[in-house]
Ligand binder design. Structure first.
Ligand code: URA
Length: 216
């Protein structure tokens, strides 16, 4: 897997990351959602550099030129509900993408001993020969990404796979690296070192779904 760890290079991305992590600023859920969306736009822009482009003649009011247009074969899949603001950010750039949604939750909310992922709801177009972008803002254990990809398999074989995350733990990054093909990509803003006993990323930011939608 090709890992693109974007906060290693200083940029405005680091400011947006600081704001979503800050326990005071993150309480403003509208700002939190908007910052995740802005991070999605940056990750999408970086990802766009690895897509395939077709040359097309376009006409301006003054002349013609050959323009480079990305192939319109993207399926953007997000895990509900924390994935929604990240999905919106990616969709701002890949506005012709088809969309897929999956609802997956961690079994440990009912059984504290287990981190198994349960997939409940899935809506997805054909993935055959498409470019799949799979977005999950928090890559903690990596099990949701892998369980989601398993659930998507009946919809066809994508020609390219891009995973997009805002904050990951090293454990989750290692797990997806082991479970996805070597030619797939991970576009991630930050990689933190630890997971706590409840599977939360440390220092992380807390619960992304609760922060985005004002629940506790
Ligand atoms: N999901 C979250 O929202 N936060 C974490 O730290 C891990 C998973």
């Amino acid at each position: 897997m090709h890992i693109h760890h974007l906060s290693e290079t200083p940029s405005i991305l680091n400011t947006f990351l600081a704001e979503i992590r800050d326990e005071v600023i993150q309480k403003d859920s509208m700002r939190f959602r908007r910052n995740i969306e802005r991070i999605g736009e940056i990750l999408g822009y970086e990802l766009s550099k690895s897509l395939q482009y077709n040359s097309k003649k376009i006409t301006t009011p003054l002349d013609n030129l050959q323009a480079q247009l990305h192939q319109k074969d993207i399926v953007l899949c997000s895990i509900l509900r924390a994935g929604v603001p990240l999905h919106n950010g990616l969709l701002n750039y890949f506005d012709t993408a088809e969309n897929a949604f999956i609802s997956a939750y961690r079994q440990h909310k009912e059984n504290p001993e287990s981190f198994d992922i349960v997939v409940e709801y899935l809506a997805c177009p054909s993935l055959e020969n498409k470019t799949l972008i799979l977005a999950d803002p928090m890559l903690a254990t990596g099990q949701s990404m892998v369980a989601t990809f398993e659930a998507l398999k009946p919809f066809g074989t994508p020609k390219e796979i891009h995973l997009v995350s805002v904050i990951g733990a090293q454990k989750g990054v290692d797990f997806v690296s082991e479970n996805f093909d070597t030619d797939s990509h991970l576009w991630i803003a930050a990689i933190d070192q630890k997971l706590n006993e409840k599977g939360y990323i440390v220092p992380g930011l807390g619960d992304a779904g609760d922060l985005a939608f004002g629940t506790k």
